[in-house]
Design a protein around this ligand. Structure first.
Ligand code: C5P
Length: 305
């Protein structure tokens, strides 16, 4: 769930989590140019923070605040984040306001910690948080299903975050969300190499494999409580394309493979990769080792209940 803190204050504060794709299969190209997919997504504990304050004017203003990140490359990237209508947060606010037929303004501050162009859906999660928060701040009373249909206009995985689910199998472009329950918490190490990848470029260069896989195998591993089996069933059809386009992904993946982990994978369209670890101590050790290598920014994260 999205968490709201200190609702008695005029500013509404929301934590927007990152996601990992534990499974992603491309089932074909659609007439609208998008790809039909089946993906299993979970939210993990890397967060952007957004605060929303009512504004007397009709202005929708976005400010990106330094979230005090240690990595210079990630800090430099967040300085490049646009604050105009190219930003999904602003687009979400404009879309919601237009849908509701309102003339309200809002001041939004964004503490960016989820790196862009990483396959962690930071921008999508921020957009979803904006829809949910402004529905509340502007007292619109829109149902989750209505917010999800607006979410679909903003991006393929925005609806997943609007539902507030911590895990789901998503189909269609990614906007058809079937919630699922994870039977156990999971510990991961996540590494974002120093460079990113454009989602559109990865999909454009994707070459279909001879056969496709189904998320069912991973879902069954969860249902039977088999963490080891889950690690063996991780799959992302976009990974070979991303490795071809960006050698950093290949390097990070091969370093993850050398660690004592249950399985490793690229998330979404990359470039972030992750490994499923047996426990928190293993994830912590893996993160420390990867940090020492300097191949990117490494986090030790857990799945969300
Ligand atoms: O929907 P979103 O804006 O996140 O997608 C970014 C780009 O990724 C799209 O413009 C499209 O090129 C590609 N994409 C795709 N099929 C999907 C999701 C995304 O081809 N299911």
């Amino acid at each position: 769930m999205l968490t709201f803190s200190r609702p008695e204050l005029p500013a509404l504060v929301v934590q927007a989590p990152a996601k990992l794709n534990l499974f992603l299969e491309i089932l074909g190209k659609r007439a609208d140019g998008y790809h039909e997919l089946e993906t299993l997504m979970i939210t993990v504990g890397i967060y952007d923070t957004l605060s929303f304050t009512e504004e007397d004017s009709e202005e929708i203003g976005l400010r990106v605040v330094d979230a005090g990140r240690r990595s210079a490359s990630l800090r430099a990237e967040s300085e490049l984040i646009p604050t105009g209508s190219e930003n999904l947060v602003v687009r979400a606010a404009l879309l919601l306001r237009q849908f509701a037929g309102l003339k309200r303004g809002v001041r939004i501050a964004l503490w960016k910690r989820i790196p862009a162009a990483a396959g962690l859906a930071g921008g999508s999660s921020d957009a979803a948080a904006t829809l949910v928060a402004l529905n509340r701040l502007w007292k619109l009373g829109l149902a989750t299903s209505e917010l999800c249909s607006l979410a679909g206009q903003l991006g393929s995985d925005v609806a997943f975050f609007v539902t507030g689910q911590s895990a789901a199998v998503c189909r269609g472009r990614g906007e058809i969300v079937e919630p699922m329950t994870l039977p156990f918490g999971m510990h991961f190490v996540v590494v974002r190499p120093h460079s990113g990848l454009s989602t559109a470029a990865v999909y454009r260069n994707f070459k279909p494999a001879a056969t496709t896989k189904q998320a069912e195998g991973l879902v069954e591993a969860f249902q039977s409580g088999r963490l080891d089996r889950a690690g063996e069933t991780l799959h992302n059809a976009l990974e070979p394309t991303a490795c071809e386009l960006n050698p950093d992904v290949k390097r990070v993946k091969s370093e993850l493979k050398k660690l004592p982990v249950l399985g490793e994978l690229m998330s979404g369209s990359g470039t972030a990769c992750f490994a499923l670890c047996a426990n928190q101590a293993a994830a912590r050790q893996a993160a420390a080792r990867l940090r020492a290598m300097g191949i990117g920014h490494a986090w030790e994260v857990t799945s969300r209940p």
